[in-house]
Design a protein. Structure first.
Length: 494
C-alpha cells in the first residue's frame, strides 16, 4: 500500500541493526474497540537487551457525548474526577501518542494481549482521529504480543513460569497473576504504565530463561517475514491456544505456490497427526466436508497476528507426534509440500467457504466507526492528515471539504465539536448534538453503551456490592451514576 511507503520514507534502518522494543498498554472507557475510547496509555522504550531508553504515560478526559461502561472504569480505577478534570483532552492525548510513536520508530510494538484489543483500539482511535491507523506495524515497524510469547514459551517448557491453576486445571496466563506468581509486585495492575512494566518484567524473565527461542518468537513480528517462513519451511511447530491450554502442533505448510488463504491471506498447513494420502485424492466438496470434522486436519497461521512458529523438533517431541515414526511424519510433509493440485484444491475449498460465509452475513448497515477494514481511506486523504492537524480549528473546518472519504468528514466534525464547538456553524452544531442524543438516549440494545444500558449495568453492580458491603465501590458507582445522569439531562432536550 502506498501510504505505508509514505510513513517509511523518513525512517532508515541499517541492515542487521536490532530494533528497539516498545512495551505499551492502554486503559479504555469500554470493551468495544469500535465505540469506546482510550482514556489512558503508557509505554516503555527498551533496546534489544531490555535496557530502558524512554517512557511515557498519558491520561485524558472522556470525549464529549460518550457513555462509559461501569465495569471498565472499575477495573482501571477511573473515577469521575479523572474522567472530567484531567489536563489533556482525548484529541490532545492522541496527538502526543502519535508524536511519541513516530519518534520511537522503528521498533517492535508489543503489549499483553495487545493484538486482540490494544492494537485494534489504537487503530480505530487513529482512524476516527484522522490519523494513519497502522503506525505500530507499518514497515519498518513490527508488532508482537507478549501473551502469545508467554503461551509459546510455556508450551515448550511449563516450568519457565510459575502459574496459578484455575478450576479446570489449566494454567492462568493473566498478566497480574503471572507477575505475582513470579515474584513481581502487582498491586498497581490495570494502570497503563504499571501493566507495561509488568509485561516488561514477565517477558524479561522469558528472554532470560529461553534466549534461543526468544529470537525465534520475534521472527513472526512482521507479516512478510512470517509468510517467508511458511513458504520456506517443510515442517514447522505451530503453537495455538485452545480451551485454556497452550498446545504444539507439528504441521506441513501447503505447496509454496498455494499456501495462503485466497481471501484472508493467512498461511495454511496440514496437521501431521493425520494420514494425508486419503486427503490428496479428495474432491473439493469432500475437502470442505472434511474441514468441518474434528480434530481439524488444516491449521490456519494468522500471518499478520504474530503467530508462534518454532522449529520442528519441538512438535516432534510432544504427543501425539512423538509416537509416530519420524519417517512417516517426514513422508507426510513431503506429500503436502509437493502436491500443487492438492494445495490448489484446498484454497478453492477455502474460497468457497469464505464466500458462503460472506453471503450469510447480516445485511445490517455498517457504521463509520466499525468500517476501518471495509474500505481503505484514499491516499489523497491520507496525505492531508498532517496538514489538517497543523491547521487552526477554523481552517480544520474548511479543510474537511478537501476529503473524499465522507467518514473522515463526519469524524472531523465530531472532533471540532469536542475541541472547538465555537467554530462550527449552528446547523452543524445542532446536527452533531442530535446525532449524539439519538445514540446515547436510545432504548434499543445498541453496539455502543447507552444511558439505559449504563443504568442497567450500574444497578446490577450496585446489588453485588451491597451484598458484599463494599462501601468504596458503591460510592464509586453513585458518583459515576450522577455523572451519566448529567450527560443524559444535557442531551434530552437537544
Amino acid at each position: 500500500m502506498r501510504d505505508h511507503i509514505l510513513f517509511t520514507k523518513s525512517i532508515k534502518i541499517k541492515k542487521g541493526k536490532k530494533l528497539n522494543i516498545v512495551i505499551w498498554d492502554i486503559e479504555s472507557s469500554s470493551s468495544s474497540t469500535d465505540f469506546g475510547s482510550i482514556i489512558e496509555i503508557g509505554g516503555i522504550l527498551v533496546d534489544e537487551n531490555f535496557k530502558e531508553k524512554d517512557r511515557f504515560n498519558l491520561r485524558c478526559r472522556l470525549p464529549e457525548g460518550e457513555i462509559p461502561q461501569c465495569m471498565a472504569l472499575l477495573v482501571n480505577k477511573t473515577n469521575v474526577d479523572l474522567l472530567t478534570k484531567t489536563n489533556l483532552s482525548h484529541y490532545q492525548m492522541l496527538n502526543q501518542v502519535e508524536a511519541i510513536f513516530k519518534k520511537w520508530s522503528p521498533a517492535i510494538f508489543m503489549g499483553w494481549s495487545n493484538i486482540g484489543f490494544d492494537d485494534e483500539m489504537i487503530r480505530k482511535e487513529f482512524f476516527k482521529g484522522i490519523r494513519y491507523p497502522y503506525i505500530t506495524n507499518a514497515s519498518p515497524n513490527k508488532r508482537h504480543d507478549g501473551l502469545n510469547i508467554a503461551r509459546g514459551a510455556f508450551a515448550i517448557d511449563n516450568k519457565i513460569l510459575k502459574t496459578e491453576i484455575n478450576e479446570k486445571g489449566n494454567a492462568v496466563m493473566k498478566l497480574e497473576s503471572l507477575a505475582r506468581m513470579n515474584g513481581f509486585e502487582s498491586g498497581g495492575a490495570h494502570s497503563a504504565i504499571f501493566d507495561a512494566e509488568l509485561t516488561l518484567k514477565v517477558l524479561g524473565l522469558i528472554k532470560k530463561k529461553q534466549p534461543e527461542t526468544w529470537n525465534d518468537f520475534l521472527k513472526t513480528a512482521n507479516k512478510l517475514d512470517t509468510e517467508t517462513i511458511i513458504k520456506k519451511e517443510k515442517i514447522i511447530t505451530l503453537n495455538e491456544y485452545f480451551y485454556g491450554k497452550s498446545r504444539l502442533y507439528l504441521c506441513a505448510p501447503l505447496h509454496p505456490k498455494f499456501c495462503t488463504h485466497p481471501i484472508y491471506q493467512w498461511g495454511q498447513a496440514v496437521d501431521l497427526r493425520v494420514d494425508v494420502e486419503p486427503l490428496l485424492k479428495m474432491s473439493i466438496n469432500d475437502l470442505k466436508a472434511e474441514m468441518k470434522k474434528s480434530p481439524k486436519f488444516l491449521r490456519t497461521i494468522r500471518s499478520n497476528k504474530a503467530p508462534i512458529i518454532l522449529d520442528k523438533k519441538f512438535g516432534m517431541d510432544v504427543e501425539p507426534y512423538n509416537v509416530i515414526d519420524r519417517n512417516i511424519l517426514i513422508k507426510r510433509a513431503e506429500l503436502v509440500n509437493t502436491d500443487e493440485k492438492f494445495s490448489e484444491n484446498i484454497l478453492t475449498a477455502l474460497r468457497e467457504i469464505a464466500e458462503e460465509k460472506e453471503q450469510s452475513k447480516s445485511q445490517e448497515d455498517i457504521l463509520p466507526e466499525e468500517s476501518i477494514y471495509k474500505k481503505f481511506t484514499p491516499n489523497k486523504d491520507t496525505n492531508l492528515f498532517s496538514k489538517w492537524h497543523e491547521a487552526s480549528w477554523s481552517d480544520k473546518l474548511r479543510l474537511l471539504d478537501k476529503f473524499e472519504d465522507e467518514r473522515l468528514v463526519g469524524f472531523g466534525k465530531k472532533i471540532i465539536f469536542q475541541e472547538a464547538p465555537h467554530v462550527l456553524p449552528e446547523s452543524i452544531l445542532k446536527q452533531v448534538r442530535r446525532d449524539i442524543a439519538k445514540r446515547i438516549l436510545s432504548d434499543k440494545k445498541e453496539k455502543w453503551w447507552t444511558c439505559k444500558e449504563f443504568y442497567f449495568e450500574c444497578d446490577n453492580l450496585r446489588e453485588k456490592f451491597t451484598n458484599e458491603n463494599d462501601e468504596k465501590n458503591l460510592k464509586f458507582l453513585d458518583q459515576l451514576n450522577n455523572f451519566v445522569m448529567s450527560i443524559e439531562k444535557k442531551y434530552q432536550n437537544v
